[in-house]
Write a protein that binds this ligand. Structure first.
Ligand SMILES: Nc1ncnc2c1ncn2[C@@H]1O[C@H](COP(=O)(O)OP(=O)(O)OP(=O)(O)O)[C@@H](O)[C@H]1O
Ligand SMILES: Nc1ncnc2c1ncn2[C@@H]1O[C@H](COP(=O)(O)OP(=O)(O)OP(=O)(O)O)[C@@H](O)[C@H]1O
Ligand SMILES: [Mg+2]
Ligand SMILES: [Mg+2]
Lengths: 297, 297
């Protein structure tokens, strides 16, 4: 049975996508150095913007059916299977290398070997998903569409990670109903605190009404600027609110994280986690902590 | 007749709220230095997170009815009037000064005189707005609810600015239907380009179906880091796509912009736009350009 993690926070731009793609990549690759065993990972995009696929250089025009069809018509009445909508590691590796070539036109040597994935599958999204959200509003069982669509995947993957849009609407509620764990990235800035209260009460509503098994995997502080007083204040308040649910590791604000999709890959793949690459190290250290929390369950 | 501007971009965290509150504040205060005449401004929050009110130190628990009621029941069947849901300049100034005192507990002198607004009214939002979005999905005329709710305001304000959530759902579509101008803030980063294509086609849909008068006021590059190659590339592509619709002024990434809500005010109020305060200057220069574009219409 797959472990399902939804990456949720309705505050925009807090690094939900960056965190989802890096955690998925790290868990699928595994690492001797960080003691992470490689797992079969499915990364599901529930955000109509579809930024997950773009991170791996996928040109969405070249992609077949997305999960919209499964989600809107339901598994029973659709002829599509989950694997028809999934992009596998070979396709992803090809897109990454093509994206690397586009960003490095002058280089005679091809893309480095490490620009690749294995054990990672992606369910991409597209803008039609936001139309489906409106259609589903009046349907019976509207919160459980994603859970039903993913039931096939529960036996063929070890971990399923779901990226969500910046909202607490039906798409995010579907992710919370399909998941057993919630991962909350927080950008330590002024509006973050107001959002935390709203987010926690929305999660409580889902736990009470549709998914009593939903637990809090943890809170990850992202884009942290150590010398900023605002950042310090918000991080302190998060630790006061959530105690040890806040991950020890945090992610620093770093240009190389923002630029890594240009190389066709998330930072844990684009950069080796050695002494000089603190950005890659920070996401690997977070993946190690998350892996520990998942394994001890 | 008020000029109505919707601040829209479905990419999260691109500074829609920061831009809306600063433009509204600058146009309501006016400035001899920048040649901006003071106008009566209504700032409408269509984002359930309700960050507009928080920027001015408003504690949402102390606020009466929000516009949710007007929006969901419609102007005809609700006993509420628009002014019952509006927070005026005196209330806002009191909240700002209280917020300033909270951030500066040790200071014996009270909040400085400039921590205040005049000519600015706010229609706050709260989380119930996202429930209403789902309810409205099947109602007739669902796209024009906001336009109807604001009809009373068209004669009593000079400018109406609408902040929107990070989505192209019904709340944002309502803002696009009520507006005659769209202002698009763009954070010059990797995912911005994919979003631009999606945003333009959504605006085109609204122009074709429900609001043919909708025009593009302009594109504002936000959180610009001049030494970043990624930022340069995205800004160049925005100028190639949109030509002179991209404002000449841009907003630099600046800690003082992120921290100004702690002082209970947007940056154009918290900081004088003198030589050393480039952050405040950048939003005043943008307000001047926007004011020119509005006035020449
Ligand atoms: N640690 C970091 N340092 C610097 N930039 C970062 C970092 N993490 C993410 N970013 C950048 O910040 C922006 C927002 O991140 P991302 O898109 O992952 O957030 P999100 O929460 O998924 O946003 P949305 O609300 O649009 O879905 C992106 O341009 C990303 O490249
Ligand atoms: N020029 C800037 N420099 C530094 N930080 C900024 C700047 N503009 C905005 N910010 C900060 O970036 C974050 C995102 O800005 P803001 O909340 O205004 O964006 P938004 O598009 O309204 O986000 P959301 O998608 O959550 O509605 C906030 O913490 C804000 O304080
Ligand atoms: Mg995202
Ligand atoms: Mg906002």
């Amino acid at each position: 049975m797959a472990i399902v993690i939804a990456c949720v926070n309705h505050k925009g731009g807090c690094a939900r996508t960056t965190t989802s793609v890096n955690l998925a990549s790290a868990l699928s690759l595994g690492s001797e150095k960080y003691g992470i065993s490689s797992r079969r990972v499915l990364l599901v995009d529930m955000d109509p913007k579809g930024n997950v696929a773009t991170t791996f250089g996928v040109d969405k025009r070249t992609v077949g059916p997305t999960m919209n069809e499964l989600f809107s018509r339901g598994v029973d009445s659709s002829s599509l299977k989950l694997e028809d909508c999934t992009l596998g590691p070979d396709f992803l590796t090809r897109s990454m290398k093509a994206s690397w070539r586009k960003s490095n036109p002058g280089k005679s040597r091809g893309p480095p070997n490490h620009i690749a994935v294995r054990n990672l599958w992606i369910l991409p999204a597209d803008m039609d998903l936001s139309g489906i959200e409106v259609d589903l509003a009046t349907r019976v069982g509207r919160e459980n569409r994603l859970k039903l669509a993913l039931s096939e995947a529960m036996d063929s993957f070890d971990v399923i990670i779901i990226d969500t849009p910046a909202s607490l609407g039906l798409l995010t509620v579907n992710a919370l109903c399909a998941a057993e764990w919630v991962l909350i990235p927080i950008q330590a800035e002024f509006y973050a605190l107001e959002g935390m209260g709203q987010l926690i009460s929305a999660i409580r509503d889902v736990q009470k009404s549709v998914n009593p098994n939903l637990g809090l995997l943890g809170i990850l502080m992202t884009m942290v600027q150590t010398r900023s007083k605002l950042c310090e204040t918000v991080t302190e308040q998060a630790r006061r609110h959530f105690g040890d649910r806040v991950f020890d590791s945090h992610i620093p604000r770093s240009v190389s994280i923002a630029e890594s999709p240009l190389e066709g890959a998330p930072i844990v793949i684009a950069q080796k986690p050695n002494k000089t690459n603190s950005a890659s190290r920070s996401y690997w250290e977070f993946a190690k902590e998350a892996d520990r929390r998942i394994s001890t369950i």
